[in-house]
Design a protein around this ligand. Structure first.
Ligand SMILES: [Zn+2]
Length: 125
């Protein structure tokens, strides 16, 4: 009957040490005996974050792929209605319609002048 005492076992101590390559951790990517791993970095197209504001911006249209300056027009938005309600509480009746004639209270919609698709929207809120 033999008792194994782990690494202090005399039989183990007497035996020749295992080759260096077997001592290395298999998970280690640089262990000898394994083929060299090569890391390949693939660079995709640059990511352009387009921020739409109240002025036309230069974009590549996502629909027709043309590089254009956007056409803009204004639509009533949340600020328009909030201004309307605020004026309604303070000023005489009828004045609450003023925000609907002021572009500065409206949202801005950007469209492609080539294909007329909506490519972006800027909300003032
Ligand atoms: Zn387009």
């Amino acid at each position: 009957m033999s008792v194994f005492y782990g690494k202090y076992d005399t039989n183990y101590m007497m035996a020749d040490p295992p080759p260096y390559s077997e001592l290395r951790d298999e998970r280690c990517p640089i262990s000898p005996g394994k083929s060299k791993q090569q890391t390949i970095y693939v660079q995709g197209p640059p990511i352009i974050i387009q921020i739409f504001r109240d002025t036309p911006v230069r974009i590549q249209c996502q629909y027709c792929q043309a590089e254009v300056f956007t056409a803009t027009h204004h639509e009533n938005g949340a600020v328009t209605w909030l201004a309307c309600l605020g004026i309604m509480l303070v000023l005489p009746l009828g004045c609450c319609l003023i925000p609907f004639f002021i572009d500065g209270t409206k949202d801005v919609v950007h469209t492609c002048p080539n294909c007329y698709q909506e490519v972006g929207k800027w909300s003032r809120l």
